[in-house]
Design a protein around this ligand. Sequence first.
Ligand SMILES: [Zn+2]
Length: 78
Amino acid sequence: MNPLGPQHVRELIRFVGLTRTRELNCSECRDAAGELAERRLAGLPLDEALERVEHHLQLCPECTEEFRALERILREAP
Ligand SMILES: [Zn+2]
């Protein structure tokens, strides 16, 4: 029955902000890993989404391992 007070509104706004910059999960990371690897190899700048993928890689050893394998494949490709 209580209407939302200013404190609640602030919390909601903060929550929305947090979800927008939330961490990627592993499957999202893997979906974007190919693009990240290609851009890195080509020396192209990364957009915000790919920067988040890089951030996930720093935190996630499993994705890092997959990413390294992917980079190796790309580098050795003709
Ligand atoms: Zn991961």
